[in-house]
Design a binder for this molecule. Structure first.
Ligand code: BV8
Length: 292
């Protein structure tokens, strides 16, 4: 069962809408909760929620989608904070840092080699595919992803901003030259630059490192110009990515969250689809097709 929760009054009277909505919930939260559950259990409730999603997509002029590791979860790629987020006993924040690489480049490379092995053996899922289809059918449709797995492009998406880099690219730590590298497993760890012999590192953004300026400014520009932003599969904890939806909202965009769990962003969105993106996006797509 997925439950769509939304504020009745998008746009300007967002604040008023929110208070009215909260007031309703506050006044009748138990009753309304059961009502919502009852309603959502009614046979076509799901269809109505998907229709809402379909109408939003239909009426939007500029759509931006911000994705996190949750959109690749149904492809079998571990998320960062999910129960499968740990590698050996390390958390991502411990390994994805310049300090960890300086300390033990082989360990960090073993971790990336392990992730490349998983990602290399998996495929994009219906969530990625629906977004790739929307891009083809719409004048203005862009994806901003925190993921380094390259699955949006593998699904056929072209307008993809990779905020945090790509796991299939490596960079010379001396000259900064970037090379494509799809070896699985990578030969001798840690790998060295074919030109100068210096250490190679994954061409990704580590914690404590700034994002590429052009990439970040493009992401904030698109977020400030869209009228509909989907926020899919992210815990919205890592900055500056987590600020993009707030920039979109400030610019008056409608925010839609797709995530089985609530996130720090949930109170700020207009619609939350509580469920798996690999199921919800195809249903919105069906609603979109039906409403033609
Ligand atoms: C920066 C690439 C300027 C590498 C990544 C204190 C000191 C220093 C820095 C900071 C600090 N406090 C804050 C910072 C900034 C830091 C930050 O935000 N830290 C966080 C942890 C608090 N940010 C940075 O360091 C950034 N740089 O700020 O530079 C600077 C410089 C110096 C000092 C200060 C500032 C760089 C951040 C980028 C790091 N690189 N990845 C790699 O991947 O190996 S971040 C990495 O983690 C991912 O790319 C992603 O961004 C993040 C993980 O988040 P999610 O993708 O959201 O995944 P998560 O598991 O958390 O959540 C999954 C969600 O999906 C859940 O909500 C779940 O419910 C949902 N889900 C599950 N299944 C499904 C689903 N949803 C839908 N469908 C499903 N089926």
């Amino acid at each position: 069962m997925n439950l769509l929760i939304y504020n009745e009054y998008p746009g300007k009277s967002r604040k008023a809408g929110k208070d009215v909505f909260d007031f309703c919930i506050f006044r009748t939260n138990t009753l309304s909760y059961f009502l919502l559950v009852r309603l959502s259990r009614r046979p076509n409730a799901g269809r109505r929620t998907d229709n809402k999603g379909g109408v939003l997509v239909q009426n939007a002029r500029h759509i931006v989608v911000l994705t996190g590791s949750g959109i690749s979860a149904e492809s079998g790629i571990p998320t960062f904070r999910g129960k499968d987020g740990l590698w050996r006993q390390y958390r991502a924040e411990q390994l994805a840092t310049p300090a960890a690489f300086d300390r033990d480049p082989r360990l960090v490379w073993e971790w990336y080699d392990w992730r490349r092995g998983i990602i290399g053996a998996k495929q994009p899922n219906p969530g990625h595919n629906v977004l790739a289809g929307w891009e083809k059918r719409r004048a203005s449709f862009s994806i901003i992803t925190q993921n380094i797995d390259g699955f949006h492009q593998k699904a056929g998406s072209e307008n993809v901003i990779e905020l945090h880099g790509n796991i299939w690219k490596v960079r010379c730590t001396e000259e900064g030259t970037v090379f494509d590298n799809n070896e699985i497993p990578i030969g001798n760890l840690p790998p060295h630059c074919p030109d100068c012999g210096a250490l190679l590192r994954p061409h990704v953004v580590w914690f404590g490192e700034s994002l590429e300026m052009g990439v970040l400014s493009d992401a904030f520009r698109l977020s400030g110009e869209c009228d509909l932003m989907f926020v899919i599969g992210t815990s919205a904890l890592v900055q500056p990515a987590a600020s993009l939806p707030l920039a979109a909202r400030e610019a008056g965009s409608v925010l839609v969250e797709i995530n089985p769990d609530t996130t720090p962003l949930s109170p700020a969105v207009d619609f939350s689809f509580r469920g798996a993106s690999g199921e919800i996006l195809p249903r919105i797509e069906t609603a979109l097709k039906v409403s033609g």
